[in-house]
Design a protein around this ligand. Structure first.
Ligand SMILES: Nc1ncnc2c1ncn2[C@@H]1O[C@H](COP(=O)(O)OP(=O)(O)OP(=O)(O)O)[C@@H](O)[C@H]1O
Length: 397
């Protein structure tokens, strides 16, 4: 733990106050503020009044309010403390560099942490053949269901054309915090609904701007989103891919050869055929397709005659099954249909309003199916099969 200055280091309350401060996590980094060098000083007077000096990474830190409140609450709860004053300051460039070193844990700052053989993170790419089939909706709600089941989850919106994840989570205007503004800077994903989120859309200076990256620039941007971001070794990184089989698929295929892929399709045969191509592409990049989600599978309506719920298959049927079967044959291992998500107006309105159905209506049929998919995905342990162990052969030349 970095040193904490104090006017009265022998004060009997100091160890208790320090221990209380160690229970406060930075909301973006999810580590104790005491480990991060954010507690600059703690002074305690004879009457038990505590003064805490906190250093933020940037003056405009969007979470300074919650940090100040958490510190006040934690210190107030210590027996013998009669008052708390929290002063917020800002780190120097040297202090920020020290924090980055702590967060990096000694690894090369340009290394993609998810390719390390000992990475605990399962990277799951949500892919589709066509746009508009519900890939982003599945990404957000699956991530939230995994988080609700107790997993730590990062979400990366890599859909350069339709980065809709921020709006779906009510983060349309959020901008991630950057620790430092030089070559070595580190970006912190935005915390919301128990998940950590970063989107290509958040890196644009303005919402209305179009991302027109291709080739090497796109490749570099994707590397940055994986390597220069403090993802903090979550259990899962769920990546919303652009539809189709283009530059991002190739680039992420090379950067994340051990990623797993879920293919999203709608029920009609034409969509299913395109979805098969997305699965085949993933396999060509040495990624493993772990299942298929059929979205907008049916609409449940109450029959005016018998008053029982009936399923209306608005977009046909069988697409998910067809993709799972075709990929099983083509890839030579079982690819199952993980679930059929019904059409749900709350899922749609929740996406538009920035409150995902998993938060707003966790008992809706669409939430129940998506939670079932999360249970299937989350129940499996990270497999080391096919993982490159990063061993360098010795001997020879
Ligand atoms: N099961 C569903 N029930 C009702 N509406 C849905 C459902 N799934 C998705 N939608 C709606 O369909 C639209 C497209 O969904 P979404 O943005 O998730 O698709 P996408 O495949 O990510 O699209 P894109 O590739 O363009 O980003 C959104 O308005 C979303 O709210």
């Amino acid at each position: 733990m970095p040193e904490i200055d104090s006017k009265n280091p022998e004060h009997p309350l100091l160890p208790k106050v320090t221990a209380a401060l160690a229970t406060v996590n930075d909301p973006e980094i999810r580590r104790p503020i005491t480990d991060l060098g954010m507690v600059e000083r703690v002074d305690i007077d004879d009457a038990g009044a505590v003064f805490v000096g906190i250093l933020l990474t940037t003056a405009g830190c969007p979470l300074k309010g919650p940090i100040q409140a958490d510190v006040t609450n934690a210190v107030s709860a210590v027996a013998g403390v009669t008052g708390v004053e929290v002063n917020l300051g800002v780190m120097t460039e040297e202090q920020r560099a020290e924090m980055r070193r702590t967060l990096n844990g000694g690894r090369d700052p340009r290394e993609i942490p998810f390719t390390r053989p000992d990475s605990p993170t399962r990277v799951i790419l949500i892919a589709s053949g066509k746009g508009g089939v519900g890939k982003s909706s599945v990404t957000v709600n699956l991530a939230m269901a995994l988080a609700q089941a107790g997993h730590s989850v990062g979400v990366l919106d890599a859909d350069i054309y339709g980065h809709s994840i921020p709006a779906m989570l009510g983060l349309a205007d959020a901008r991630p915090t950057s620790i430092g503004d030089d070559e070595e800077s580190m970006i912190l994903p935005v915390p919301t609904n128990g998940i950590q989120v970063l989107s290509i859309g958040m890196m644009k200076p303005e919402r209305s701007q179009v991302v027109a990256w291709r080739g090497p620039i796109l490749d570099r941007a994707l590397t940055q989103l994986l390597a220069d971001v403090h993802w903090g070794d979550p259990d899962f990184l769920i990546v919303d891919m652009p539809p189709g089989t283009g530059d991002v698929q190739i680039s992420l295929g090379q950067k994340l050869p051990n990623a797993e892929v879920i293919v999203v399709t709608t029920p009609q045969a034409a969509a299913a055929e395109v979805a098969e191509r997305a699965g085949t592409m993933a396999s060509m990049m040495s990624q493993r397709v772990i299942g298929v989600v059929e979205n907008m599978a049916y609409l449940e309506v109450e029959c005016p005659h018998c008053q029982q719920p009936h399923r209306v298959e608005l977009f046909g049927s069988g697409g998910g099954e067809q993709v799972a079967k075709a990929l099983t044959e083509r890839l030579g291992y079982p690819v199952s249909l993980l679930g059929q998500v019904p059409i749900d107006p709350t899922l749609r309105s929740g996406g538009d309003e920035g409150v995902p159905v998993m938060a707003e209506a966790p008992q809706n049929p669409s939430s129940v199916v998506l939670r079932g998919i999360a249970n299937q995905v989350g129940g499996r342990k990270k497999s080391l099969a096919g993982v490159r162990l990063g061993l360098t052969p010795t001997g020879g030349r």
